[in-house]
Write a protein that binds this ligand. Structure first.
Ligand code: HEC
Ligand code: HEC
Length: 238
């Protein structure tokens, strides 16, 4: 009697375990037809721990919503979108964690180190739960460094980028809608691949347009884009 009882309760436990972990491990993403599909590696948005994302949402609403707005869609001249799909597809987890922890000196983005790593990671999970595109973090990170001509890059930057990003990439302080891409707080945390991909493809539903291709505002060549990156790498200022 005792033994079979043990076996049965053991079975129940195992089944509950399988069922509960099964639920957590089957992330679902809406597809075009509105149905949900199980995500496949490499072709779907990153798998995010739902419980962490849930806690992160509350922390986001307490700490970030004033500037980054509801659903983190951002507001021109106030704070960038954190749920933009092109951004989330290429922004490494470390970049997000460190930017939140340290803020961006000399900009409106304050440091949140007082929250501690666990809470910051929950916020990051919340942000990443909005991703709708497959992750390209590895591919973008592995791109070669830019070896352009900073003098030419400065000319391009002054002509094409400075109206929004400010002279020397000072950001909102200069009155535009673009972030402070000439400051160390940004440059020290991103790869050249991240900058390059953002310039080429832009960020949909923001004022950051694509700057490569026939339909772009300015059809910059790969070399010209690398000139700009090399220029940016020479200006980092506090
Ligand atoms: C019409 C305005 C505009 C122009 C012109 C523009 N940008 Fe941007 N850029 C933006 C905005 C706005 C963002 C942030 C998107 C947001 O607010 O969510 C951005 C974001 C970026 C980022 C990512 C920065 C970050 O904080 O993650 C890079 C890199 C960048 N732009 C580079 C450039 C370069 C280089 C040029 C010139 C070739 C350029 N941009 C021209 C408006 C502009
Ligand atoms: C007082 C306003 C303000 C608050 C509050 C704020 N931010 Fe920001 N945040 C900004 C600004 C402004 C920038 C752009 C700085 C620049 O020009 O580079 C920014 C940039 C960022 C970036 C970089 C985005 C990019 O495109 O590269 C991340 C990530 C970020 N914030 C996350 C957060 C999170 C998470 C919180 C809450 C814990 C938060 N921020 C709270 C103003 C704010």
């Amino acid at each position: 009697m005792k033994r079979s009882h043990l076996v049965i309760s053991g079975l129940v436990m195992v089944t509950t375990l399988i069922l509960s972990t099964g639920c957590n491990k089957e992330p679902e993403a809406p597809n075009k037809s509105g149905k949900t599909t199980t995500q496949k590696n490499g072709q779907s948005p990153p798998v995010v721990d739902q419980e962490m994302a849930f806690k992160g949402e509350e922390l986001y609403n307490q700490n970030c919503v004033f500037c980054h707005q509801a659903d983190a869609i951002g507001k021109p001249g106030i704070a960038p979108s954190l749920t933009n799909k092109e951004f989330l597809a290429i922004a490494p987890v470390n970049f997000l964690v460190e930017t939140i922890r340290e803020g961006r000196a000399g900009t409106g983005m304050p440091p949140f180190s007082h929250l501690g790593n666990e809470k910051i990671e929950q916020i990051v999970a919340f942000l990443r739960s909005h991703a709708t595109l497959p992750s390209r973090i590895k591919e973008v990170d592995a791109q070669p460094e830019a070896h352009g001509d900073p003098r030419l890059g400065k000319q391009w930057f002054d002509q094409v980028c400075s109206t929004c990003h400010g002279p020397e990439g000072n950001g909102y302080a200069a009155g535009g809608t673009g972030t402070a891409i000439g400051k160390a707080g940004f440059l020290n945390k991103v790869s050249d691949g991240f900058i390059r991909t953002t310039i080429k493809e832009g960020r949909s539903n923001t004022r950051m347009l694509p700057f490569a291709g026939p339909n772009a505002l300015a059809d910059l060549s790969n070399r010209e884009i690398d000139d700009i990156i090399s220029y940016l790498r020479t200006v980092p200022s506090k």
